[in-house]
Write a protein that binds this ligand. Structure first.
Ligand code: UDP
Length: 238
């Protein structure tokens, strides 16, 4: 079967993707490697939007578990995503990839605010657009932000870069006989509570018919291979 050709993609990078053996929240070597993967697909002509998480630095839920007000913790988490976005922008620009960061929480001296039409223009000009601060509201995650921006920017697919190579019918760490799905439906992900993204993000992708491609971004060359249809991944679709 010929793989679908995705021209415009949204790449969701969890904050932990930027961590490395150094123990730093943002490991420069790891970040540079991720940037190179992105530059490689950029050179192939794809239009790329990126949403970065912040879990390597702070999560509101973790703050709440230690007695912090949840919304305050969530705002801290959103600020963490802005730091990650700047780190990814820096790594991309160091290898000659033009980027713009747009934040859902306006912070005029740091980056642009999210303006959909302006983001569209950046893509037309060949820039990579990095969306920070999720949806800009507490009680959400950057997975929901990724699904929302993928819909708004009319992306052909949402690529979820993780440290596993797809979606399994059970946790492969505790069930060695777990089987990876090649494809799986949105409704199966929701009904079986498969750990892909949170339920609101899955539902938003389902309602807008945006396939979610789950793949291991730590595997060198895998992003380009998955885009070409011959890497290892799971596609969540109808
Ligand atoms: N967050 C939020 N609203 C959003 C996006 C993120 O409140 O729209 C907060 C939330 O506390 C979250 C943290 O920012 O835990 C970091 O984002 P996330 O956990 O999605 O990062 P990831 O797991 O992808 O690294």
């Amino acid at each position: 079967m010929t793989p679908p050709r995705y021209n415009r993609i949204l790449l969701k990078l969890s904050g932990e993707v930027l961590m490395g053996p150094s123990g730093l929240s943002i490991d420069p070597t790891v970040t540079a490697r991720v940037a190179q993967e992105i530059a490689d697909i950029k050179a192939k002509g794809y239009e790329i939007c990126i949403v970065v998480g912040g879990g390597n630095i702070f999560r509101g839920m973790a703050g709440a578990a230690r007695g912090m007000d949840r919304a305050t913790g969530d705002y801290m988490g959103m600020l963490a995503t802005v730091m990650n976005a700047l780190a990814v922008q820096n790594a991309l620009e160091q290898i000659g990839v033009d980027t713009r960061v747009q934040s859902a929480i306006p912070m005029a001296s740091v980056c642009e605010p999210f303006i959909r039409r302006r983001a569209e223009r950046h893509l037309e000009k060949g820039r990579v657009v990095i969306f920070a601060a999720g949806v800009g509201s507490p009680y959400f995650t950057t997975d929901s932000g990724a699904a929302l921006r993928a819909a708004e920017m009319k992306c052909d697919a949402l690529f979820k870069g993780t440290s596993v190579d797809g979606v399994y019918n059970a946790d492969p760490k505790t069930h060695p006989d777990a089987v990876r799905y090649e494809t799986v439906t949105y409704s199966r992900v929701l009904s079986d509570d498969l750990k892909v993204m949170d339920a609101s993000a899955i539902a938003l992708c389902r309602d807008n018919n945006i396939p979610i491609v789950v793949f291991n971004i730590r595997e060198p060359g895998n992003l380009a291979a998955v885009l070409a249809g011959d890497g290892v991944s799971t596609i969540v679709q109808n």
